[in-house]
Design a protein around this ligand. Structure first.
Ligand code: NAD
Length: 295
């Protein structure tokens, strides 16, 4: 049984923490929202009054927070409190620069650290089947691995500090672009009088095949069951796709790279979210695209 500190008990963090409790680990937890602490207490976790308190006696500390600014602030508080040898796992999705900064901070204090963002959503967090994309030293990765295994189904060590966040935003930039491409193909097919099922039957086994078509087809009634068959309820909300696309563009800026398709996808999701579609599944961008007029 390990002593685990857990900070950030939101939609993702709480079910992840519950899986650690189910595996008979002892959890001290903190969140700024008291109702989240009440839910954690009901699951047998010990609640704390501030972030630093979760680190007392902790072998592992896990953070699952909204953004890089908050993660940096929380690290300011927890790094001086952790005993040397503690390993910190940041599973939040944050910008690559912040991820690299917290790695330096942890290493300076003799702490292990990995950035370990996830994919799989709330369903994956509840089922313990998340995919972890991990950056950081091999020693910290090995120390974290048994705990990641409880919360996840697939764990990939991508490289040095920041590599997990880099993998996550590159994947999601590609996903955002490919979903828009898939939607455009199906909308054009409809206008041309081509049956959308016929297009699926061709594309899903041809050179245009991709996850956005084969597994997550944005057209209701076509392909395997997806959010399109459930009135575009997420799934993966457009607001979260926009967050990840913005992170990809921040990284592209810092790398002085154009990524024109990534930029265009960011603009399109931004329009969708501004029009009130943030809570819609990201494949619902098909409706937004269908309404756009050719300039
Ligand atoms: P959430 O907003 O539901 O949860 C974040 C939690 O952090 C909240 O409970 C909030 O009160 C708490 N918090 C905020 N500031 C804090 C602080 N200073 N100290 C302690 N607690 C604080 O978000 P979520 O959906 O659980 O996502 C968490 C992270 O996982 C985000 O970075 C998100 O991008 C990423 N992510 C989410 C999903 C998803 O489907 N929801 C999927 C993959 C990755």
């Amino acid at each position: 049984m390990a002593n685990i500190g857990f900070i950030g008990l939101g939609n993702m963090g709480l079910p992840m923490a519950i899986n650690l409790v189910k595996a008979e680990h002892s959890l001290k937890v903190f969140d700024t929202v008291p109702t989240q602490l009440d839910k954690a207490a009901a699951e047998g976790m010990t609640t704390c009054l501030f972030a630093g308190q979760v680190c007392e006696d902790a072998d592992i500390v896990i953070t699952m927070l909204p953004n890089g600014e908050i993660v940096r602030k929380v690290f300011e508080e927890i790094v001086p409190t952790c005993a040397a040898g503690t390993t910190i796992i940041d599973s939040s999705t944050i910008d690559v620069s912040s991820a690299k900064a917290i790695h330096i901070q942890a290493a300076d204090a003799d702490l292990g650290c990995i950035d370990a963002p996830v994919s799989g959503g709330v369903g994956g967090a509840e089922a313990g089947t998340l995919t972890f994309m991990v950056g950081g030293p091999k020693k910290a990765f090995d120390q974290a691995h048994p705990f990641l295994e409880i919360m996840g189904g697939k764990i990939v060590h991508c490289g040095d500090g920041g590599a997990g966040q880099s993998a996550k935003i590159c994947n999601n930039m590609l996903l955002g672009i490919s979903m828009i491409g898939a939607c455009e193909a199906f909308i054009l097919a409809e206008k041309l009088g081509l049956d959308q099922q016929a297009l699926f039957d061709v594309v899903s086994t041809a050179s245009g095949s991709c996850w956005s078509v084969n597994t997550y087809c944005p057209v209701p009634g076509v392909g395997p069951k997806s959010p399109a068959d459930n009135d575009y309820k997420p799934g993966f909300a457009a607001a979260l796709m926009l967050k990840d696309l913005n992170l990809s563009q921040q990284a592209a800026d810092e790398s002085e790279l154009a990524t024109p398709m990534g930029k265009h996808a960011t603009d399109i999701y931004n329009e969708m979210v501004e029009a009130g579609g943030g809570d819609t599944d990201f494949s619902g961008v098909i409706k937004h695209l269908a309404d756009m007029k050719r300039k």
